[in-house]
Design a binder for this molecule. Structure first.
Ligand code: B1M
Length: 212
């Protein structure tokens, strides 16, 4: 197997140390950083995303793979910046105000990174104003909101209303998700997309940004 294939394989096993060492090795072998990213790290994460969607792997496997992806990125990022690798888009993501659940949100953030987005994860208990301030300051394409409590779902609508009030609604693609959220609710509050899981969110996000 080539170093690039090894990166993908070790990432899928969640072996951060190996991934880090292999990314360094690939750079030392003068491999193109974009190839290391796309055919090594992101290809590995896509496999995990697909398996997660099909219930072939579960949350712990995804989290360790995501950790390995991040480990590889710490080595690769300076090189990507040097050569000016453009992200496919920029996304702000957080769990809405009043809600402290972050496991699903973290998975979505990882999958978005996995398909090439620059992601600003602004954490949990995020107020509508903060979503908007952060989206404005990073020049985001996407605002992604997660909610796990029926009591905090209305805070998604509050963010959309504030966007409208500020005349910024059309500037962003707004995506919502989380266990109690569904298509009907997303439609009711005027979000652009509801997706049921992290891998689908990343796929839909990439398509939505490319079609803009
Ligand atoms: Co909480 N909790 N919890 N909890 N908790 C739930 C959500 C609950 C369903 C449990 C239950 O009663 N059966 C219930 C909510 C009931 C409701 O509102 N209908 C509940 C409750 C009531 C509470 C507290 C109020 C309990 C209390 O204190 N009395 C409290 C609230 C605290 C707060 O937020 N203010 C609370 C606290 C906690 C813990 C801190 C203990 C812990 C959170 C730890 C953490 O996140 N760091 C916790 C946990 C772990 C859960 C359960 C057990 C698991 C949630 C989880 O991480 N799932 C949960 C029960 C359950 O869901 N079975 C429960 C795994 C995760 C991968 O799935 O987040 O759904 P999920 O993400 C999925 C999709 O939804 C989607 O992608 C992921 C998969 O790919 N997705 C998106 C998520 N965000 C997306 C965004 C997108 C697209 C897809 O687009 C932007």
């Amino acid at each position: 197997m080539s170093t690039i294939q090894d990166i993908s394989a070790f990432l899928q096993k969640g072996r951060s140390k190996n991934v880090k060492a292999l990314v360094q090795q690939a750079l030392d072998e003068n491999e193109d950083p974009k190839v290391i990213l796309n055919e090594g790290l992101l290809a590995g994460m896509m496999v995990i995303g697909e398996k997660f969607k099909n219930n072939e792997v579960f949350v712990p496997e995804v989290l360790v793979a995501a950790r390995a992806l991040n480990a590889g990125l710490t080595i690769l990022e300076p090189k990507l910046v040097e050569i000016g690798n453009e992200p496919v888009g920029k996304a702000v993501i957080g769990t809405v105000k009043g809600d402290l659940h972050d496991i699903g949100k973290n998975l979505v953030a990882m999958m978005l990174k996995g398909v090439g987005f620059e992601v600003n994860d602004i954490g949990v208990d995020v107020a509508p104003e903060t979503f908007i301030e952060q989206a404005e300051s990073m020049g985001a394409d996407l605002i992604c909101m997660s909610a796990l409590l029926t009591t905090t779902m209305p805070n998604m609508e509050a963010t959309l209303n504030l966007l409208k009030e500020k005349g910024l609604r059309d500037k962003y693609i707004v995506m919502v998700g989380g266990a109690p959220v569904n298509e009907k609710f997303a439609e009711q509050i005027g979000a652009d997309y509801y997706t049921p899981d992290a891998a689908t969110c990343a796929e839909v996000a990439k398509k939505a940004v490319s079609e803009r």
